[in-house]
Design a protein. Structure first.
Length: 509
């Protein structure tokens, strides 16, 4: 297909899927989905063009059609691995598919976790072959023990949880440990580098002005900074950065994600600590040390064994959150609060995917005369609600500038079943707002057992319990504050983590 043909077909399918998403009859919805998938399968079979196959596959993978044929995700990954596309293109597709899995509950399973991790390992080997940089491992005694390098795949606004995570850890090294640090912003997070023509691609946010900064200030701490350009994730760029890190020879490199291609490449010559950003999941890291935030269950142990990652590479740690200072207050009028109702907050940047029909059905069982629901973040599927219920019960705020100030007015923080969302739960608990979450994902990892429920039916019952049992509410509000304090001890917990790494490195001498 020509570029113009791609664009024409793209919008045809986007319109078709938009119309399909409006279908509420379950049988008709499935029938239409199966028809579209069959049509796409024929197109895949009738072309030998790699770019065309990628495009057709991703129409299914990056839309709700995947629910009706999940095997196409696995087919696609296995097929792409056998193509001869370049290393940076493989990485681009990996990140797109990894994001799809992150936001799609029904494809989050052990098989797909292993499939993606093994794919990443193969991609890493491709990158190593492309890069002409081979150096011996730097012995502990030859490293600069007063210097650390922290790699972040994304550095954007201070409200952004991974940005705060990176900056707070830099601050601990500078202020508490009295050491030097260089923060490298690789801009790898869902980077457009190596991009292919796919359906509904996602792209990580990027702040170009950081290119001009040699330092960034966080909580009165000036942090030395180097930022990569938005579209620079290619072997030659990584080779330059690898040489620079090798020459600096820091004591450790800390990768805030565990999946930075730079961090994984550097682990061949210096210890790299992979700190995943999803507390409830193992990151797909192949670095020297693998930080985990929950006790390893049978599933995690099986995955590590199959990936041939030994337990001496695993470090158990608490995933701490770093809250931005509250800068303002909101009035009830600003937030359109009805004082006669109980205030429920739902927060997230991926709510279009996370607020499923099941979750919305649960919410619509609430009495709109008793409850007011505040939706914060990114959500455009308002039409999924019953119009009368939404108009009577819901307020959409978009992105809230100061979440701590917002949570001062809330009574409960309600969470759909999802992988992410952990930071907003900590912000709620900081203000004594109890959290209700399914027993899986980052929110549950952060809040702990007593704030979890098994399903949406139990979530509805718990909302009702909080609304009538004042003594229970007060007890859980105090527990929430205690938990929030514990989850913000980055100074102590991150310092202890680095001490553990140092102990293990000295033992290798």
């Amino acid at each position: 297909m020509t570029r113009d043909e791609y664009i024409e077909v793209y919008y045809q399918y986007e319109d078709a899927i938009t119309e399909w998403n409006k279908t509420t009859n379950t049988k008709e919805r499935q029938k239409q989905a199966e028809h579209m998938i069959l049509d796409i399968r024929k197109k895949i079979e009738n072309t030998d063009d790699i770019d065309e196959k990628i495009f057709w596959y991703t129409i299914v993978i990056n839309s709700g059609l995947l629910e009706y044929n999940t095997v196409m995700l696995n087919e696609f990954v296995l097929w792409v691995k056998d193509t001869d596309i370049a290393a940076e293109e493989q990485l681009y597709l990996y990140r797109q598919i990894n994001h799809t899995i992150f936001v799609t509950l029904y494809v989050q399973n052990e098989e797909n976790k292993l499939m993606m991790w093994e794919w990443y390992r193969e991609i890493l080997e491709m990158w190593k072959k492309e890069i002409n940089f081979r150096k011996d491992y730097i012995p502990y005694d030859r490293r600069n023990h007063d210097l650390y390098v922290i790699i972040t795949e994304q550095l954007i606004a201070f409200q952004h949880a991974p940005t705060k995570t990176a900056l707070e850890r830099c601050k601990v090294i500078i202020k508490n440990m009295n050491k030097k640090v260089l923060l490298i912003n690789t801009a790898e997070c869902i980077s457009p580098s190596g991009e292919k023509n796919i359906f509904q691609p996602v792209e990580g946010s990027y702040i170009e002005s950081y290119l001009e900064k040699e330092q960034i200030e966080w909580k009165d701490t000036k942090i030395p900074l180097f930022s990569c350009e938005k579209k620079s994730i290619y072997p030659d760029t990584m080779e330059v950065l690898m040489k620079a890190i090798y020459d600096m020879a820091p004591e450790f490199v800390i990768d805030i994600s565990g999946e930075s291609i730079l961090g994984n490449l550097c682990s061949d010559f210096i210890p790299v600590v992979g700190m995943g950003l999803c507390p409830s999941e193992l990151s797909n890291s192949l670095e020297t040390y693998h930080v985990v935030y929950t006790n390893l269950g049978d599933k995690e142990k099986r995955i590590l064994e199959k990936m041939k990652i030994s337990y001496d590479k695993v470090i158990n740690c608490v995933f701490t959150s770093d809250l931005r200072h509250q800068d303002r207050t909101y009035t009830k009028e600003e937030l359109e609060i009805d004082n006669t109702k109980i205030q429920l907050a739902i927060v997230g940047v991926r709510l279009n995917q996370e607020m499923t029909s099941e979750f919305i059905s649960m919410l619509e069982q609430l009495n709109p005369d008793r409850y007011q629901i505040h939706i914060c973040g990114k959500y455009t599927n308002i039409s999924c609600f019953n119009a009368d219920f939404y108009n009577k019960c819901c307020v959409y705020h978009g992105m809230v500038e100061d979440m701590l100030a917002f949570m001062e007015h809330m009574d409960l923080n309600i969470n759909p079943t999802r992988m992410g969302g952990g930071m907003s739960a900590v912000e709620a608990m900081e203000k004594g707002v109890p959290v209700i979450t399914a027993r899986r994902g980052d929110v549950y990892t952060n809040t702990g057992e007593e704030f979890g429920v098994e399903n949406y039916e139990e979530m509805l019952q718990m909302i009702e319990k909080y609304s009538v049992d004042k003594e229970f509410y007060q007890k859980m509000s105090e527990r929430a504050k205690e938990r929030a304090t514990y989850l913000q001890d980055t100074d102590g917990i991150f310092t202890a983590l680095l001490n553990e790494v140092r102990t293990r490195e000295i033992a290798k001498k």
